[in-house]
Design a protein around this ligand. Structure first.
Ligand SMILES: [Zn+2]
Length: 270
């Protein structure tokens, strides 16, 4: 929670979102280690002469001074700590950083303090900035975000019968929260018919291994992973489905990333 008594307070934060507000103001969504997500107004931030505006770009990490207000607190000072220039030089990385921010924005209500998520986001931005593989940054981030918000996929025991998962192709269910073994899937199909097809989708053994690796391995090992295209696509689709199921709405930046990639692919073709 915000400090209740002080009229002004300071915090470090990462800018998750910003939009125009009124005539010349901006409404900024900040993610902070101590106070969680805060929505604050940057007065006159859209006037070109204002000194604040340069510090208020999306996914900038900064130090902010805020004054308590009736509806929204007001941003009175902003100082950039990290602009993540390496990210901003590359359209695909900008999209990936945007997706990190959107996921955090959507998974958190205002004022839910979550210092571990702040560190996760900060480290993912640092990895993107240093040129680490962006697709892996995103997959690793999602897997750990699900863990920290209580939606960790169960990958070692079948979520229906509880038996250990054998090293063969499996099934997985977003609704049921993890891997469903072939025996349980067969039984579900006999009992539920077509409804089971909706509920439980196939999961290749390679994708299962990658999911487990993402869940437990530290980033320096994950960043060296080389994924065949089909496995990466399977894992990516599944994690996007996992996020959207829990958020109940489509992620805009996921679509944006696919558009960027389609654009690059089209350019590559002779
Ligand atoms: Zn089972």
């Amino acid at each position: 929670m915000r400090p209740e008594r002080a009229r002004t307070y300071q915090t470090e934060g990462i800018i998750l979102n910003r939009r125009d507000w009124g005539e010349a103001d901006r409404l900024i969504t900040l993610f902070t280690p101590e106070y969680g997500k805060l929505r604050v107004v940057a007065v006159s931030a859209r006037k070109p002469t204002t000194r604040k505006s340069g510090h208020l770009e999306l996914f900038t990490r900064g130090r902010f001074v805020l004054a308590r207000g009736r509806t929204f607190d007001k941003l009175t000072q902003a100082q950039t700590l990290d602009y993540f220039e390496g990210v901003r030089r590359d359209l695909a990385r900008i999209g990936q950083a945007g997706m990190l921010c959107e996921l955090v924005d959507r998974f958190f209500e205002e004022a839910d303090a979550a210092p571990a998520v702040y560190d996760l986001l900060h480290n993912a931005l640092l990895a993107l900035n240093s040129g680490d593989p962006g697709d892996l940054v995103l997959l690793h981030f999602q897997m750990h975000l699900f863990d920290l918000v209580g939606y960790r996929p169960a990958l070692h025991e079948c979520v229906v019968c509880g038996e250990p998962v054998a090293p063969v192709a499996q099934f997985i269910s977003v609704e049921l929260g993890g891997v469903v073994c072939p025996t349980c899937r067969q039984r579900l199909r006999e009992e539920e018919g077509a409804a089971a097809e909706q509920l439980v989708r196939p999961l290749s053994l390679n994708a299962l291994k990658v999911l487990r690796f993402l869940q437990t391995a530290p980033w320096p090992r994950v960043r060296k992973l080389r994924l065949p295209d089909d496995v990466r696509e399977e894992v990516r689709t599944l994690l996007e489905l996992w996020a959207t199921h829990h958020l109940e709405r489509g992620l805009r930046s996921g679509r944006f990333l696919r558009e960027v990639e389609a654009w690059y692919d089209a350019k590559k073709k002779p």
